[in-house]
Design a protein around this ligand. Structure first.
Ligand SMILES: Cc1cc2nc3c(=O)[nH]c(=O)nc-3n(C[C@H](O)[C@H](O)[C@H](O)COP(=O)(O)OP(=O)(O)OC[C@H]3O[C@@H](n4cnc5c(N)ncnc54)[C@H](O)[C@@H]3O)c2cc1C
Length: 440
């Protein structure tokens, strides 16, 4: 057997919007990948489907999660080589007890290494560590021509910088070598700070910018002088404590919750309760997993938004005028009454060389909206504002952006297409998102 095929499965990203009937093919070996590639005019790689929108949706998808073997791990140097279908969670199960941690990690551990590279994901430490791709030493990938190549910042660097953040559109990542970081314990020393408006929150980020991890929960429904009130959580790897990791299976949300339960009244009540409960200037030591992945404890929390699904919107604004611009956007969101339970504010450091990578130096906000036509209209208005402010929207969260906005925000898109052309990726690798955004 060279491949497992499931015909016509209905797939979606984590936001459950949009959905698509797709042939999901699970290659079991490199030759199976090559056979599938030769047989189909157009495909896209798919990992855990934890991107929110339609970047891993297409009529034919190559599911990479079967190819999840560890290839090499040097305990002395922290250099790790794995197949692209390995989950970050599985890496941690093996490496933390040896004193090594991921250099950059997103807010869920249920993502594949291939997905983390293709989205060039960031964590709570972007201001000092950059993106996941900046810690990738090399990538082995399958091109549209059927050829397997190795790429790195020095080997075929144009391919490397298009692939990190390239949303699967340059080829299929088969394996990668990553440099991990040393840790002394499996705990984080966490400090909580309360900031009663967006200006105070951004100032707190600046004051603490030499710290390793920082993130803020922000109340997007607060208005007036409390607009943007936030609870900041700063973190440092604890220097003492055990190195073992307690990995619990998530509890599961069994059914799609009626969306009517999530209205602006319930959200306002949740946000108020969270603000009141949080205590400022508190320091505590917390285990790694709940610190980095609080939502991983609840499997299927995405069903809380009901069958129609939800849209996650994440944008970044440049630092210059960033605080005033953030106030303008928060005002629009608060006025729409469509904010979310969970809104997350972070600071970003400098941009990297990856052509479609999301982060630029400034402030980034991520929030969820219940799916509806009025939400789509709101997001299009916000896209215009973000583009006008010199910012951009994160592709791995996007499901509705218009081509014109994408091409304004991601000015390297033509260079990206030229690299795809050079390596035989044009038309061979395409997703619902890439078609919507006008990529070939
Ligand atoms: C709760 C939650 C929290 C999150 N927090 C963050 C965060 O803090 N920071 C952040 O940056 N992101 C965050 N994300 C987004 C997530 O990290 C990315 O969407 C990631 O790419 C998902 O990986 P995946 O394996 O599920 O990939 P998928 O969703 O399956 O695919 C995502 C993209 O990667 C491509 N891809 C996947 N595998 C391969 C491969 N082998 N070769 C080539 N291309 C491939 C796909 O084609 C697609 O374009 C979060 C997501 C969730 C659900």
């Amino acid at each position: 057997m060279t491949a497992t095929t499931q015909t016509l499965t209905n797939i979606s990203g984590w936001g459950n919007y949009p959905t698509q009937d797709a042939q999901v093919i699970t290659p079991l070996s490199l030759s199976a990948y090559q056979t599938q590639l030769a047989q189909h005019p157009s495909i896209i790689a798919r990992g855990m489907g934890r991107s929110y929108g339609d970047s891993a949706n297409a009529p034919i998808v190559l599911q990479t999660t079967y190819c999840d073997h560890f290839i090499a791990f040097d305990k002395a140097t922290g250099l790790l080589t794995v197949e692209a279908g390995v989950l970050l969670r599985d890496i941690l199960k093996i490496t933390v007890k040896q004193g090594w941690f991921l250099p950059v990690t997103p807010g869920t551990s249920f993502v594949t290494v291939g997905g983390a590279i293709a989205s060039d994901v960031h964590g709570k430490n972007h201001h000092i560590a950059g993106t996941f791709g900046q810690h990738v030493v090399s990538i082995t990938m399958l091109l549209g021509t059927g050829e397997v190549v190795t790429t790195s910042p020095t080997e075929l660097p144009d391919l490397f910088h298009a692939t990190c953040g390239g949303m699967g559109l340059t080829g299929v990542i088969l394996s990668a070598t990553i440099q991990l970081i040393p840790i002394q314990s499996a705990f984080i020393a966490q400090k909580t700070i309360k900031a009663d408006c967006i200006e105070a929150a951004c100032e707190a980020f600046e004051t603490n910018s030499s710290g390793t991890y920082s993130v803020a929960w922000i109340d997007c429904l607060a208005t007036g002088k409390h607009l943007g009130r936030s609870v900041l959580m700063l973190g440092e790897h604890a220097e003492s404590g055990r190195l073992d990791l307690t990995v619990k299976d998530p509890i599961t949300v069994p059914i799609h919750t009626p969306a009517a339960l999530l209205n602006s009244m319930t959200m306002r009540a949740f946000n108020n309760a969270y603000w009141v409960k949080a205590s400022g200037d508190k320091t505590q030591t917390v285990p790694l997993l709940p610190y980095f992945y609080p939502l991983d404890a609840i499997g299927g929390w995405n069903k809380l938004y009901g069958k129609a699904g939800f849209l996650q919107y994440q944008f970044v604004l440049p630092k210059v005028d960033g605080v005033a611009n953030m106030r303008n956007i928060l005002t629009q969101i608060a006025q729409s009454g469509q904010g979310s339970f969970l809104a997350v504010l972070k600071q970003f450091g400098q941009a990297n060389q990856n052509l479609l990578s999301f982060p630029i130096e400034g402030y980034t906000l991520a929030l969820d909206f219940k799916m509806s036509q009025s939400t789509i209209d709101l997001l299009h208005r916000l896209d215009d504002m973000v583009a006008g402010m010199g910012g951009r929207v994160y592709l791995t969260k996007d499901a509705v952006m218009l081509e014109v906005s994408f091409k304004t925000m991601y000015s390297n898109w033509e260079q990206f297409e030229a690299v795809r052309q050079k390596y035989g990726a044009i038309e061979k690798f395409a997703s619902a998102q890439s078609k919507r955004l006008g990529l070939a």
